[in-house]
Design a binder for this molecule. Sequence first.
Ligand code: C2E
Ligand code: MG
Ligand code: MG
Ligand code: MG
Length: 287
Amino acid sequence: IAKDEGGRCFRFFQPMMTSKMTRRIQLDQELRQAMTDCSQLMLFYQPKVDLRNGRICGVEALLRWQHPQQGMISPAEFIPIAEDSGLIVELGDWVMVQALEQLVRWQQQGITVEMAINVSVKQLLRSNISERIQSLAQQLGVAPQQVQLEITENNIMDNMSRIMPQLQALTQQGFTLAIDDFGTGHSSLSRLRDLPMKVLKIDKSFVANAMRDHKDAQLVEAIVEIGHILNRTIIAEGIETTEQMTLLQQLGCEEGQGYLFARPMSAEQVESILLQGSIDIRNEAMA
Ligand code: C2E
Ligand code: MG
Ligand code: MG
Ligand code: MG
């Protein structure tokens, strides 16, 4: 059909493509500016919960962009743009500084918590991230054991041999590495075994489907089992219902994260949860 329509097809799609590209270019430039304007970009924090006892076992730092005209723009939109343009390297560095500084502020208030930070593979390829984060942590007085770095599965697998030295250096320095969005990419079992990633984060799409589809529930079970054979800790993301939580507890998943427990929120808001130390997750499965 496309062949039949020939040029008409092209004329029809071109304006859409152009406006999409214009928006990407514009957002990228504005994001560059936003990095110098501290009121637009900020980190939110979402608690991670130990599914065995309800204790808060960490927080994940999630970037938020309050655009002056357009309001909140989702990282799902602007992170890929920053990755394409390369801006993610500077942006990722900004995130790292903010997150570690927040850890220090919490330490001063007597709050000790593990911080998970999302890292783009571009940061691993284009900057010497292991040296950078180590010196930053040292300078600020943050123990590497308190920092977890999340990298999405697809990105790791596409660049495995090139990023391996950085991953190994980070692990040796004491940072914990996690595979984010696990299950959506294309890991082979042998690569999974060889990666120095201590944590697997099961993608929220599996958690969402597990209740609807018995096959997906079995897949989650298999992921947890494989993870455990390889001595990894399993985190489920996107837990929204008690039923999902109960299933994941029954499958032996150690940690969970999701709207059921808490949404990503400002540092001030998350403090009260951190001071409390746990979230009430009592149910039959826990008895
Ligand atoms: P991610 O790292 O997989 O983060 C989990 C996403 O799921 C977050 O979306 C979080 O707000 C959302 N989420 C948490 N609980 C639930 C739930 O119960 N249900 C549903 N439906 N969603 C839930 P967010 O904050 O929009 O971030 C999207 C993605 O953007 C992140 O996915 C991550 O890949 C990327 N990202 C965010 N901040 C950063 C950053 O500082 N650096 C890099 N490189 N990427 C980032
Ligand atoms: Mg993440
Ligand atoms: Mg994820
Ligand atoms: Mg994700």
